[in-house]
Design a protein around this ligand. Sequence first.
Ligand code: PLP
Length: 460
Amino acid sequence: QSVPLTNLQTRDISSVLHPYTPIHRLGEIGPLVIERGEGVFVYDTQGRDYIEGMSGLWCAGLGFGDEEMIDAATEQLRTLPYYHLFGAKGTESAIELAEKLKEIAPVPMSKVFFTSSGSEANDTQVKLAWYMNNAKGRPNKKKIISRMKAYHGVTVMSASLTGLPYNHIGWDLPVDRVLHTDCPHYYRFGQDGETEQEFLNRIVGSLRDLIEREGPDTIAAMIAEPIMGAGGVIIPPAGYYPAIQALLDEHDIIFISDEVITGFGRTGNWWGSQTVNMRPTTISTAKQLTAAYAPLGAVMVPEDIYQAYVDHSKQIGTFGHGFTYGGHPLGCALGVKAIEIYQKRDIIGHVRSVAPVFEARMKKLTDHPLVGEVRHCGLVGAVELVADKATKRSFDPKKGVGAQCAKFCEENGLIQRAIVDSIAFCPPMIITEAQLNELFDRFEKALAACEAWVSKEGLR
Ligand code: PLP
């Protein structure tokens, strides 16, 4: 049934270019204009409540309207609303946040470079890897390995690292020097009759082949999200990271951990790399770094790598990289406050204590005729919808079953994200057990509506 558009919806359609949206159908699919948020809920302009099952874009880990965060923002804006770090300037908030990040880093880190976003952090990682190899007199060691279905952002380089079709098709990407290896998703990419261990051996072997084919002397780094987020919440088989790590070490290839989603407790540890047994050389972070109360990203590097930058700066005159808003005092003050809150309210302990409820409710969904696989770790997960459970056959992507399911979620007061036909879950880390149950109750209603729609439309 068509509902008349509100004034704000009409104004939105006439003036806003929406990211990641089938903009040719904008009027048909929304826009859903959100007016305010409180705790794990957001409210639209007509006062309808939604559980924010995605923490916005995997970022609002402390939910909405946290008074301590608001006070920290106000105080920082009063004291120093803006300053920068160029040309050896500094701010107390940037210093304090860099120190805190070093304190909680999963491996010893020496310096923190601030950006405004995750894309900029990953873009910076590539430039830093190149800069380092120029400093070390290895000008040909520049290629970066990423993975199919990875998501690393949207700048020209980070979109190149991303391994999803929509980030490449239409944009003349990926650029040269970027290589994509297998996605470690056994359910989807395991071959008939292949055990998980055989699958793991095969994809590690194919990475070895790639490195040998391209020449280890041409490869600077590999980048990986400990758990892939926007590619569909993909958790690699146990043993995957140690096996990869050995290959990279053998060939002096650095390992960049993209912790933009998995940082700050999301998987039940400070860092996703700790959860999946990955030992990063450098780290990118953003999103929950400030619990999304302000934009900020960061790159952490160890001392030996930092020393290479110093050498190169000496040779060429300066370290020529930086963003106007990298290390913005508002972002840094909120980063400091967010980490303080994660610590003093024991948010990681809370994630661990509600994760069994998340897991149990996820597992219960596997009985549903639409659900092929559920994946979960800490408080992040996905439900993959399939046309045929026995054969794992997917729906025709053109039918938009995932998007329709997300729409049914919305109608049931729940915001989830469809990644093709996987429905992602990433609720605010402060969610209570009762709210988690309410989230899944709403989701089950959406799933029932989706099943009825799939049957009615004959989409199997
Ligand atoms: N890396 C990962 C793992 C992400 O999930 C994202 C965003 O979703 C990015 C990088 C890009 O971050 P941003 O959107 O802040 O540029």
